[in-house]
Design a protein around this ligand. Structure first.
Ligand code: C5P
Length: 316
């Protein structure tokens, strides 16, 4: 991701996402995620569900550009303007929360968000944007808040914001905000299919039947630690598939068709509507993606098909 005239820099130790300094602006990449496992443990008195999920971060990015602004003024623009740039946008909420918690109302910034991650797809785009806003403004405003302090704010912003502070993967519990970082033994390769219909998370949870006996995620955690795509493929599971499939049958059709093309396995991500295949190599992912596009049945809507990979394992 290096560009001429732009100095690459990492904002470790909070998160190792590609970051650039362009003049006085900071540009941070906000990655998408895939849920390789998602089980529901029960419904809580606050209306949320306790869950267990293995989330892995992949190299499909929105980008957030942070520049200086008038003192006390934070502005946000979105390109393309497919999401609101107002105070209901998670980026704006994250910026305001961070500034308030840091007790620095005089801080200002100009934020520009470039959206590439499809919306309502279960790929975590809005959550990731919020997480990198915390990370980038912590750096830009020189607040020196710790990862734990940022994780506390992430939990307020949404259930799966905090996981983006600990790439390359996390085991998420509670309503999703309690994150145990996971290692990924070897880079994993995926095909992601985004149908032209989105699914609202709350609507999918609304259709859910909570299981009597939840499935355990031990096998998927071991498979990811080993970086073994065959074992990951065998351990894939998402309790939200059934309710999402009822709301949008195209999601089930696409998951089945993707799974029939020979990858290690296929699954819906999060609350949908995107589905993905786990592949043995980049070459296999490219082949499966091409085959998926080529064999589209008459009447099935055209979908975005992407080849992505997980982040490199942390150097030991
Ligand atoms: O936390 P977030 O804003 O992402 O959640 C969106 C909606 O999804 C919640 O309002 C709730 O209806 C549902 N949800 C849930 N249990 C979770 C996460 C989300 O019921 N663990």
């Amino acid at each position: 991701m290096s560009q001429p005239g732009v100095l690459p820099r990492l904002i470790a130790p909070v998160a190792n996402y590609p970051t650039f300094v362009a003049g006085s602006a900071l540009v941070v990449a906000a990655p998408a995620k895939l849920n390789l496992f998602l089980e529901i443990l029960g419904k809580r008195p606050d209306g949320y569900h306790d869950l267990e999920s293995l989330i892995i971060v992949v190299d499909l990015f929105d980008t957030l550009e942070v520049g200086s602004g008038s003192p006390g003024t934070i502005t946000l623009t979105c390109d393309p303007p497919i999401v609101s740039a107002g105070s209901d946008n998670l980026v704006m909420k994250a910026a305001l929360l961070l500034r308030e918690r840091a007790g620095r109302p005089e801080m200002g910034a100009t934020l520009r968000l470039q959206k590439r991650i499809p919306l309502q797809a279960g790929l975590g785009g809005g959550s990731s944007d919020a997480a990198v806003t915390l990370v980038a403004l912590n750096e830009f405003w020189k607040l020196a808040l710790t990862r734990e302090q940022l994780a506390g704010m992430a939990a307020i912003l949404g259930s799966d914001v905090a996981v983006f502070l600990t790439p390359p993967a996390g085991w998420c519990t509670g309503r999703g905000e309690v994150v145990t970082p996971e290692s990924v033994g070897r880079v994993l390769h995926f095909v992601v299919v985004c149908p032209p219909v989105g699914l609202a998370t709350a609507a999918v949870y609304g259709q859910l039947v909570v299981p009597q006996t939840p499935i355990a995620g031990v096998a998927v955690r071991e498979a990811v630690r080993a970086g073994d795509p065959e074992a990951v493929g065998r351990a894939l599971f998402n309790r939200l598939e059934d309710p999402a499939f009822r709301l949008a049958p195209i999601v089930e059709q696409q998951r089945r068709r993707l799974g029939s093309l020979g990858p290690c396995g296929a699954l819906m991500s999060g609350s949908g509507s995107a589905v993905f295949a786990v592949c043995r190599s980049r070459e296999e992912a490219v082949r499966v993606a091409a085959e998926f596009r080529r064999t589209r049945p008459a009447g099935e809507p055209d979908s975005r098909v992407l080849v992505v990979r997980s982040f490199a394992p942390d150097p030991a």
